[in-house]
Ligand binder design. Structure first.
Ligand code: AMP
Ligand code: ZN
Length: 473
């Protein structure tokens, strides 16, 4: 299996540290708002990478964090006049719901930064003891120049980086970091400001910098050396570069063997981002399309390292493509109801062989740095064959085998080829009634759960003055 490693800028043969096992860390979201579909791209892409490893028989230990202490969370908490934990817990629950809707498997562990502060203090202390970090007035900085490999991931030269810090003195004053030994040094620990959440530490009552959390959680849950570290390409610098500097200086071993980065999800060829305001939340899209269409769009639209432009046209074509697969599988299920018993015929065996050839093509695509778009094409070719060559005139055995092949490969992509059974109108109305009762009982958690369950099945609720209206998305 070949994977593109950002560290070497080449496709390399994947060789796990421990045979049959994969340890994987994927940087997760900062939880201060609903995630947008750009944030969903790494979740979907690396979930698919995980699923492929599992399909190949690897035991995958998959860790993805929630950054639940951060300036943006604190700002939002102040705006709303609530505790920052209330903000982070609210949006962690929301992300988990979005992930479920997108059929992203739960990580083996989803650590939260705020629950790992002790480990961070310990690692920072080790870095100080080893001369890689220093304290000034309660702030601890990483001494970037002390780490000789700094820049190896992003291919940045440390002197050029330094030169890039034009108007350095001014910048440092503005950020309150003018006591740093060097402008390249970054924060590991900072003292609290009034009203901010804080933890006690040997240096000050304060909180950790962003980069240290991933170094600590990765080590705690996966060990000092891991197979894969992943995230969006905007994380290469400085986040991942800094993680390497921290972890390798602390542990004295290579941090991650393979670094995988997804390209951006764009809108009008510009990165979708909260700060630019050019974003759609996963939920917004989920109201217009079934969630699985969004997932299918991400995987069929482009190679994961390439930019992917979001557009209505591409979503429509993803929707049509997915329906083509699901319709073919329902046709097989329907044919099975009236099919013959008995052994597979010679003609059928050759059809199954064609499907097996295409399974090889699917696998070859996935083994070429997870080329999901080509893997999807292989499934389309399968569908063409089953549509034209299989019907209720065939044997059950042949139909079952054809169906099993397609369903299994779609499952690797996290796509359900067998359409979930449609809810009957009466079932929907019963659930709506239960939701109304839950609201009367002020059991809003249950009420939300019902709304989301319905949404997951493509039923959109609208609360109006006349009562609840619903429609199929
Ligand atoms: P953040 O919450 O900004 O730290 O982002 C969480 C994850 O989403 C990171 O892996 C980012 O690299 C990724 N990400 C953010 N915006 C985009 C985008 N427009 N396209 C693809 N990935 C993104
Ligand atoms: Zn990280």
């Amino acid at each position: 299996m070949k994977v593109y490693n950002t560290l070497t800028r080449t496709k390399e043969e994947f060789v796990p540290i421990e045979q049959g096992k994969v340890s994987m860390y994927v940087c997760g979201p900062t939880v201060y708002n609903y995630i947008h579909i750009g944030n969903a791209r790494p979740m979907i892409v690396f979930d698919t990478v995980r699923r492929y490893f599992e399909y190949k028989g690897y035991d995958v230990n998959y860790v993805s964090n929630f950054t639940d202490v951060d300036d943006k969370i604190i700002k939002k908490a102040i705006e709303e006049g609530v505790d920052s934990t209330e903000i982070s817990e609210r949006y962690i629950a929301a992300v988990k719901e979005d992930m479920k809707n997108l059929n992203v498997k739960e990580a083996t562990t989803h650590p939260k930064a705020t629950e790992e502060i002790d480990g961070m203090i310990e690692m920072i202390q080790t870095l100080i003891d080893k001369g890689y970090a220093y304290e000034k007035n309660g702030t601890v900085y990483y001494r970037t120049r002390a780490f000789k490999d700094y820049g190896k991931l992003s291919k940045k030269n440390i002197d050029e980086l330094e030169a890039g810090h034009r108007d350095e003195a001014h910048q440092l004053k503005v950020s309150g970091e003018d006591e740093k030994e060097d402008s390249l040094d970054f924060v590991l620990w900072k003292p609290k400001k009034d009203g901010e959440p804080f933890w006690e530490s040997p240096w000050s009552d304060g909180r950790p910098g962003w980069h240290i959390e991933c170094s600590v959680m990765s080590k705690k849950y996966l060990g000092a050396s891991i197979d894969i570290h992943a995230g969006g390409e905007d994380l290469i610098f400085p986040h991942h570069e800094n993680e390497i500097a921290q972890s390798e200086a602390c542990n004295g071993v290579e941090f991650a063997k393979y670094w995988l980065h997804n390209g951006f999800l764009n809108i009008d060829n510009k990165k979708m981002s909260k700060s630019e305001g050019n974003f759609f939340t996963v939920r917004e899209i989920g109201e217009k399309y079934p969630y699985e269409v969004l997932r299918f769009f991400m995987l069929s639209g482009a190679h994961y390292r390439m930019p992917l432009n979001f557009s209505r046209d591409l979503m429509e074509s993803a929707k049509a493509g997915l329906e083509r697969i699901q319709t073919a599988v329902s046709a097989l299920s329907y044919a099975l109801e009236n099919a013959k018993d008995g052994d597979i015929t010679a003609d059928e065996a050759s059809i199954i062989d064609e499907l097996k050839e295409l399974t090889n093509k699917f696998e070859a695509s996935m083994e070429d740095d997870f080329n999901t778009a080509d893997a999807v094409s292989a499934v389309f070719e399968m569908v063409k064959i089953t549509n034209s060559k299989l019907s209720s005139d065939n044997t059950k055995k042949a139909l079952e085998e054809a169906k099993r092949i397609i369903v299994t490969l779609c499952d690797v992509l996290g796509i359900q080829a067998e359409k979930a059974e449609e809810l009957l109108d009466a079932d929907i109305e019963a659930l709506i009634e239960e939701r109304q009762q839950a609201r009367k009982d002020r059991n809003f958690a249950r009420a939300d759960e019902i709304r989301d369950e319905l949404l997951g099945k493509g039923i959109v609720l609208e609360d109006t003055r006349e009562g609840v209206r619903w429609k199929r998305a």
